[in-house]
Write a protein that binds this ligand. Structure first.
Ligand SMILES: CC(C)(COP(=O)(O)OP(=O)(O)OC[C@H]1O[C@@H](n2cnc3c(N)ncnc32)[C@H](O)[C@@H]1OP(=O)(O)O)[C@@H](O)C(=O)NCCC(=O)NCCS
Length: 180
């Protein structure tokens, strides 16, 4: 396996919500993960995102969750112990990283995705020394924009189909991103 700076991230992470935690996804999660993607097909693809993931074969998902390419770490968002979504950090150009996230439709509306993202951003700052976090949001995805603004992200660039958001992270005295 290719070694990556991302290997320093812990396998599990608590979040500001006691009932929500993160656990690194592995190939053993492939069936549950694919079932959740399929159950949320319309919710995830309504802005044109996640089409490839929803269409991916089990083999392709297993390969992705093995984290063999070393550039991304994907965590399952767990509500109690049940898989309800995913949040990932991508090593774009360390110490600059980007964030990806989705939540099952039935789990939305309770601040859980924000809590999951806040936990991974904080760990990226303290463990990886991330200085900047970016996220791209397809135009019209208002819940995603609201989430990013809640975490302190600001828009920094407009493209034909999406807006790029940015969060500057404070180094090692390490203030957690403000969420609640
Ligand atoms: C984007 C997405 C993750 C946002 O999920 P979400 O649950 O709305 O996000 P949050 O966790 O920030 O929760 C915010 C909601 O919880 C409510 N909430 C309740 N308690 C809260 C708390 N303690 N803290 C924050 N929000 C809280 C907020 O009022 C808000 O409700 P509203 O949508 O009725 O205004 C979700 O819509 C999704 O998965 N979409 C499809 C995939 C996607 O677009 N991913 C992003 C690609 S860029």
């Amino acid at each position: 396996m290719v070694r990556s700076c991302l290997d320093a991230l812990p396998k599990t992470l608590p979040t500001p919500m006691p009932e929500v935690s993160l656990r690194l996804l592995t190939p053993a999660d492939s069936a549950d993960y694919r079932a959740l993607l399929h159950a949320n097909r319309a919710h995830l693809t309504r802005h044109g995102d996640f089409t490839d993931q929803v269409e991916a074969s089990t083999a392709k998902i297993e390969k992705a969750l093995a984290h063999l390419e070393g550039r991304e770490r994907a965590y399952g968002i767990r509500l109690h112990d049940t898989l309800v979504g995913q949040v990932s950090v991508i090593a774009v150009a360390p110490p600059r990283y980007s964030l990806g996230y989705w939540l099952a439709r039935t789990a939305t509306g309770q601040g859980r995705a924000s809590a999951a993202c806040a936990a991974l951003i904080a760990s990226s700052s303290t463990v990886l020394g991330a200085t900047d976090m970016f996220a791209g949001v397809t135009h019209g995805n208002d819940p995603s924009v609201a989430l990013l603004r809640r975490l302190g992200f600001v828009p920094v660039a407009e493209f034909a189909t999406y807006t790029r958001f940015h969060l500057a992270l404070t180094p090692p005295t390490r203030r957690r991103p403000h969420v609640f």
